[in-house]
Write a new protein. Structure first.
Ligand code: ZN
Length: 129
């Protein structure tokens, strides 16, 4: 079931609910008055894990003095991740996709190399003492 949240108070909303259980506003699932969020639209890229080269698309929720609060999914909008502002980059779909593709290729190559090495390992015979 796709997750949905109220655009006003970020409370999780069950399918077909007519009012928000959090703030009580009338809910609209489609059209111009739509006030139920069903997907996160990222506007930045974040670098969360030290030592990795993984970027994640995220939505900036709040900017503080040195930190930024961001969400990588709908649920996190009400409980955002805090990270240093210098780890937040402008959203760039093509750079993000290129990095993702290269990371995937690297994973595939590493797996392939691991398999080849393993093949040689299985050919080893015990030393006869
Ligand atoms: Zn609400």
């Amino acid at each position: 079931m796709p997750e949905q949240i109220c655009a006003q108070c970020y409370t999780s909303v069950a399918d077909q609910s007519t009012t928000c259980p959090g703030c009580g506003q009338k809910l609209f699932y489609t059209g111009n008055d739509k006030n139920v969020l069903d997907k996160l639209i990222p506007n930045c890229l974040i670098y969360r894990y030290e030592g990795s080269d993984m970027l994640e698309p995220a939505l900036l929720v709040k900017a503080c003095k040195t930190n930024a609060k961001v969400a990588t999914n709908l649920r996190e909008i009400s409980h955002p991740i805090t990270l240093s502002k210098d780890r937040v980059y402008s959203f760039d779909k093509s750079i993000f996709q290129s990095i993702q593709e290269l990371r995937q290729q690297r994973t595939n190559i590493v797996q392939d190399f691991d398999q080849q090495i393993q093949t040689y390992w299985t050919k080893l015979t015990p030393y006869v003492f």
